[in-house]
Design a protein around this ligand. Structure first.
Ligand code: COA
Length: 328
């Protein structure tokens, strides 16, 4: 899955000792144009490696931080069936973090370093996980719409150029499609339920609308990395294109349930491009720079977990320890 190669930071430097050599760069770009996958031991421009580490690492952090708001509802799920499904989903999300950290490690950054950068605030993770899950309806919105948005992004990027990331994304998408079913079922149940349930869902939807627009990143005009990432087929669609695809797929599903979206300007233009009101990009910037409603709490929980479980990692990574398989 990961090409059976993981580079250390030192090895990565050696592989890239001829950084941006024009001939190597041309051959690399020709491979990408031919649709070949780039594997960990292959030559790659330093910028490609750095961009991939940044993006995959942020994605991995998003999975493990994203498990937190849903995790808080496991003990409060309305019935046993919903509880079982939520436990399985949260476990899957943490597993996705594991897959993605492994994919990022193939590029030469250690998992320890990635986790340290998350805790110090150096690395980002998705804006959407910095909002609270106040009611059970938030779990329906996360399961249906946040996971739906993630699938739009991940299905597109799974066709990209870096082998280990694409293979991890393919596997993640299989599981995400179950999450989406679970979210959709929960969402429709509340939308077609009692007045209290419908109001609760509408209230959650009103709060999630803007963060969901932000999920796909700034507009193409303001995106810093899209041009390079699209040239190298790490991203296969721009932020605006992905956002448009999401609105195309999900707005009709929301409206047909008799729910509304808190944006009087939202409409699909004749050219198929969605028009929406100002999504408050200042809020987006604040949230991704650490000043959202739950950033401090999310990182505090991760810090606690890091400290409380450090002994497990230290024991596992101690080269002097001999592991013995119990016979009985
Ligand atoms: N949440 C947090 N930060 C975001 C963001 C979001 N929803 N969207 C963009 N940003 C950040 C970018 O990381 C970048 O910051 P950085 O330079 O400090 O890393 C900055 O905003 C500018 O954005 P842009 O140039 O458009 O970044 P990008 O080309 O990497 O595109 C994504 C942003 C999210 C579309 C892209 O990184 C991606 O597809 N990531 C993989 C999927 C993923 O992480 N999903 C999240 C959870 S499932």
């Amino acid at each position: 899955m990961y090409g059976n190669t993981s580079l250390t930071a030192e090895e990565a430097k050696i592989v890239n000792s001829t950084v941006e050599d024009p001939e190597k760069l041309a051959e690399f770009e020709a491979r990408i144009t031919r649709g070949e996958k780039i594997e960990p031991g292959d030559w790659m421009p330093d910028q490609y490696r750095k961009q991939l580490i940044r993006m995959i690492e942020q994605h991995a952090h998003s999975e493990i931080v994203g498990a937190l708001p849903e995790g808080t509802w496991i003990t409060r799920a309305p019935n046993f069936r919903r509880k079982l499904a939520l436990i399985a989903k949260v476990q899957d999300e943490v597993g996705h973090g594991q897959l993605l950290y492994s994919a990022a490690e193939t590029l030469g950054k250690t998992r320890e370093q990635m986790l340290m950068d998350l805790l110090s605030g150096k690395s980002k993770y998705s804006n959407v996980f910095n909002y609270p899950a106040n009611t059970w309806a938030d779990i329906a919105v996360i399961g249906f719409l946040v996971d739906g948005a993630a699938i739009v992004n991940q299905v597109i990027n799974s066709k990209g150029s870096y082998g280990p990331y694409c293979r991890a994304l393919e596997r993640i998408c299989y599981e995400e499609s179950f999450h989406l079913k679970q979210g959709h079922d929960n969402f429709v149940y509340l939308a077609t339920g009692t007045k209290v349930q419908r109001d609760m869902l509408q209230e959650a939807l009103n709060r999630w609308y803007r963060p969901l627009l932000h999920f796909f990143g700034p507009s193409d005009r303001d995106s810093q990395h899209s041009e390079k990432l699209m040239k190298w087929k790490v991203k296969l669609a721009s932020n605006d294109d992905m956002r448009n695809q999401f609105l195309d797929q999900y707005v009709p599903k929301i409206l047909e349930l008799g729910l509304t979206l808190p944006d009087p300007e939202l409409r699909r233009g004749d050219d198929g491009i969605w028009v929406f009101g100002d999504p408050d990009w200042d809020e987006f910037k604040r949230v991704i720079s650490g000043d959202g409603p739950c950033n401090a709490e999310r990182l505090e929980v991760r810090r606690y977990s890091e400290l409380a479980h450090r002994w497990v990692r230290e024991a596992l990574m101690n080269p002097k320890e001999k592991y013995v398989t119990p016979l009985a």
